[in-house]
Ligand binder design. Structure first.
Ligand code: TEU
Length: 552
């Protein structure tokens, strides 16, 4: 194997701190809570933890609006807690990846308070301002704004500021060298503490075309093309790499990878000296329709990226995170009958793809969408503001609510389910967001003692992946790509060859394995059912069955 590195071999476990474990009864998860669960995290066999933002924040967007990059959010604890957490992880040989939110800050950050106070303030150019005497700026789409308007008028200086996300998330002006240097210093502050990786939030958007030209009608439907990969993005990344990242032994991962394969390669190829890996949004975009998705689409997307990254560059692999629904509800089947089997199958997919798995907390238990009925139950600014937008425009609110049950980000943000006691063992207080009522069955305590649980399966397959060069580095080859129900592929490295077969349907299927795959003397490594047998290159698959075979 060429170019071996720890971050290619790691399984990264994403923790959403707000919802993981509350230690003090205020209903919000915190760092002490995570510390109290370090042995659980270790028991999973994962190599690294990625924490969503833990920095000071008024929580307009759950920590993605940072008011002080060098301090810990009050609800989450103190810097001492952080140091303890880092030490506790390192004692257990687990690495820590922090979330760097550098496209925007909070409007409550001191930089912004200064910036908005006067046009001549030294911090004015830390953000993007448009003087109102020049008329209204050309429209820019905001992801979270009630009116999707990314320009907010501020009367103090008679000017508009730019916010791609919420009004409380003004975009930082990366054109300004002073700002960039402050950011680099801040990054060093955390890297000097000994963290192991950085997840670069929405970084593809940092470089803006500051001519602020008018975009074509409907540009917002193709937003990454317009907002992503701005004119100076590579300059900034190279500068950041040279000034900061290259001085440490750390991994960097970009959220978002532009809109083409070439964009993605330009961010992560080894000879670029920019970032180590990226996660693209194409897999996540398959399956956004509550009516379902085509397995052939999912296969094509995975295959396209796997093929393009076979020799150069490296990707992160995921089916869920805090911005999308639960993977079992989206790509699997969250009915009582198939929830466990399809959770295990999806975990199998993630753990057998080429690329570093980023696995979202709770999926190892088979947690599913909460599917709120009432708008009052939602906490996510994206859902709440989109709701207001629908109401204002007189659009169909019922349809919107149905859609949110399926895609709202709050579906993955409900509290982690530790046990069957009140509040699922998450908090002794009132949880900040409702708990999924399936916690009586779907929880750590119950699943830990059940060898057939989703959790037990997760631990087994993580161990399997970690001990297999084929599963980590091996060449990916897909078979029977047009089959609408079964995903079949091999991974091979040197003499090691592994066959993966996934039945993405609720039917029993007698599957004919491609004749070019030699299954003589093959050996079953793992399955989500107790039964599996290949005879004469055929296998009987149960509903949502997944199997991994070692081939001769
Ligand atoms: O998400 C940003 C992001 O890139 C997505 O909103 C994306 O642009 C959109 O889905 C494209 O369809 C990150 C965080 O993961 C998210 O939780 C934050 O709310 C957001 O940045 C703002 O910081």
């Amino acid at each position: 194997v060429k170019n071996r590195t720890w971050w290619k071999e790691a399984v990264v476990y994403q923790i959403y701190p707000r919802s993981f474990k509350d230690s003090d009864g205020d209903g919000v998860g915190d760092l002490k809570g995570i510390i109290s669960k370090l042995d659980y995290i270790k028991s999973l066999g994962v190599d690294a933890v990625w924490l969503n933002p833990i920095f000071s924040s008024p929580n307009d967007d759950n920590g993605y609006d940072i008011s002080d990059y060098r301090n810990i959010m009050k609800e989450f604890g103190t810097m001492q807690d952080f140091d303890k957490l880092l030490a506790g992880l390192h004692e257990r040989k687990i690495k820590l990846v922090l979330d760097m939110v550098l496209n925007h800050s909070s409007d409550e950050h001191e930089w912004f308070k200064q910036s908005k106070s006067s046009r001549t303030n030294p911090y004015r150019d830390y953000y993007h301002w448009w003087p109102a005497e020049k008329g209204t700026p050309k429209p820019r789409y905001s992801f979270f704004d009630v009116n999707n308007d990314a320009w907010k008028f501020d009367k103090t200086t008679n000017a508009y500021y730019l916010h791609y996300f919420s009004q409380k998330q003004p975009d930082l002006n990366w054109e300004n060298e002073k700002l960039r240097n402050e950011v680099y210093d801040m990054m060093k502050f955390w890297l000097d503490k000994g963290i192991d990786g950085l997840r670069m939030d929405a970084f593809q958007y940092v470089s803006k075309d500051t001519t602020w030209q008018k975009y074509v009608e409907g540009y917002e439907k193709n937003i990454i093309k317009y907002y992503g990969m701005g004119p100076n993005l590579h300059t900034y990344l190279k500068e950041m790499n040279k000034t900061v990242v290259s001085k440490y032994n750390v991994m960097t991962v970009a959220e978002g990878a532009g809109s083409t394969l070439e964009d993605a390669h330009s961010l992560v190829d080894e000879d670029r000296n920019e970032l180590n890996m990226a996660y693209h949004f194409e897999v996540m975009d398959v399956g956004n329709d509550p009516k379902g998705y085509k397995l052939t689409d999912l296969k094509r997307v995975f295959t396209k990226w796997e093929t393009s990254f076979a020799d150069k560059g490296w990707l992160a692999v995921f089916l869920a995170n805090h911005d999308v629904p639960r993977m079992v509800s989206k790509y699997g089947n969250d009915s009582e009958q198939f929830r466990a089997a399809s959770s295990k199958l999806l975990t199998t997919l993630i753990m057998t793809m080429r690329g570093t798995p980023f696995y979202f907390n709770g999926d190892e238990l088979g947690m599913s969408n909460i599917k709120f009925d009432k708008i009052e139950d939602y906490k996510d600014i994206a859902t709440i503001n989109a709701y207001k937008n629908h109401v204002a425009k007189g659009e169909n609110v019922t349809a919107f609510m149905e859609q949110q049950k399926f895609i709202s980000r709050d579906n993955t943000r409900t509290p982690f389910q530790w046990n069957s006691s009140e509040n699922a063992g998450f908090t002794t207080g009132k949880p900040w967001i409702k708990i999924n009522q399936n916690y009586k069955a779907v929880n750590v305590t119950t699943e830990a003692v059940d060898p057939n649980s989703v959790l037990s399966y997760f631990k087994k397959i993580v161990a399997l992946r970690k001990n297999s060069a084929a599963l980590i580095y091996g060449t990916y080859k897909v078979y029977d790509i047009n089959n609408p129900e079964v995903y079949c592929y091999t991974r091979s490295e040197g003499n090691e060859k592994v066959l993966v077969i996934l039945n993405f349907s609720t039917k029993k299927i007698n599957y004919k394995i491609d004749k070019n795959i030699n299954t003589n003397a093959s050996k079953l490594l793992i399955s989500n059912y107790n039964k599996a047998a290949i005879t004469a290159n055929r296998i009987n698959l149960l509903p949502w069955q997944s199997v991994i075979y070692k081939l001769k």
